[in-house]
Design a binder for this molecule. Structure first.
Ligand code: EPU
Length: 302
């Protein structure tokens, strides 16, 4: 293995990816690395390019699953990538956050700083990098959209050629659970926030957790919402599946949560093949029942 001399990160062989995805399915990665700093990350990318390996960048793995065969290349998880961690500019009401920082940690750090804006991110089981990449969102109020893109001022990335670039608002394009950052490695992002009393921020964080506990299935391994919601005025994917009486439907070890129609849960040693079949069955049922094409939100890496 050709890592640059002095490199502190050494990719491991044959690492089970199920441990790194919240759905707890997927086979092994040929190579797997957990860089902590930008230098270590560059070393990993250098290694992959020398060895001609495809690279997949993973955050908390809450929106991604790998096939049962695993990944023939290098998977790099950024969960330990806290290079610059969380840095506030209190005068400008801004925070700059490394890609690997967990969203709950970010939300509580902002609360301590008396800065508001990140409360809605607190219950999302993901990292800052993953959230920006897929424009994560959450709102307790139907019709209201809170997405991380509302806050993003600037993003630093390694582009496809490995060069570090700073992208401002004009370079960034976000849509529902989508950004134009695919193919790039997010290093950090700067978010624009505003002042608010800590107790109110705390109340908001608590209310968001209560909402998620009440409405969503947080007790079983899942990838959050499996499908994107169809555009208005259609009901949400969860409600459509619920109305068809499909909650509890099972293929192998994969089951639609009895609590929420858009949460598929790993009920017992599910495989990725179980998930793929269940997704196809539900897409067909919703198409037959309502004429609506449901598009997966979860990324299945084959
Ligand atoms: N509902 C049902 N039956 C179900 C599920 C939901 O009737 O089986 C109804 C309930 O009335 C519930 C309402 O739908 O109160 C809304 O449910 P929820 O708040 O879970 O909203 P959602 O539209 O299913 C979206 C996002 C979630 C996000 C919530 C809250 C998508 C695909 N999902 O879910 O995001 O947490 O709104 O903002 O946009 C995710 O993307 O992984 C995710 C969890």
């Amino acid at each position: 293995m050709n890592l640059p001399a002095g490199s502190k990160v050494s990719p491991r062989r044959n690492v089970e990816l199920s441990k790194y995805c919240t759905m707890r399915i997927g086979g092994p990665a040929d190579y797997f690395a957990e860089p902590r700093t930008e230098d270590e990350l560059s070393d990993c990318l250098h290694f992959a390019s020398e060895e001609n390996l495809p690279v997949f960048i993973l955050g908390k793995g809450s929106n991604v699953v790998f096939s049962d065969a695993g990944f023939r290349g290098l998977v790099i998880t950024l969960i330990h990538f806290h290079d610059q961690d969380i840095r506030f500019n209190l005068d400008l009401h801004e925070v700059t956050v490394s890609a690997g920082v967990h969203l709950y940690r970010l939300a509580t750090a902002c609360r301590e700083a008396g800065l508001s804006g990140c409360e809605f991110l607190s219950g999302i089981p993901g990292t800052l990098g993953g959230a920006v990449m897929m424009n994560a969102g959450f709102s307790r109020f139907s019709g209201q959209k809170n997405e991380i893109s509302d806050l993003v001022k600037e993003v630093s990335v390694l582009d496809e050629s490995g060069a570090r670039r700073r992208l401002g608002r004009d370079d960034l394009h976000f849509a529902y659970r989508h950004s134009n950052l695919r193919g790039k490695v997010i290093l950090e992002a700067t978010l624009k926030l505003w002042r608010r009393p800590q107790e109110i921020i705390e109340e908001e964080i608590r209310a968001n957790f209560d909402y998620r506990n009440r409405e969503q299935d947080l007790k079983h391994p899942s990838s959050g919402s499996i499908f994107k919601n169809p555009p208005a005025p259609h009901p949400s994917a969860g409600r459509l599946i619920d109305q068809l009486g499909l909650k509890g439907t099972r293929v192998g070890g994969m089951m639609i949560s009895p609590k929420h129609g858009n949460y598929f849960i790993n009920a017992a040693q599910a495989t990725c093949a179980d998930l793929v079949t269940l997704i196809a069955n539900i897409q067909k049922a919703v198409k037959d029942g309502y004429g609506i094409d449901l598009e997966p939100e979860v990324r299945i890496i084959a």
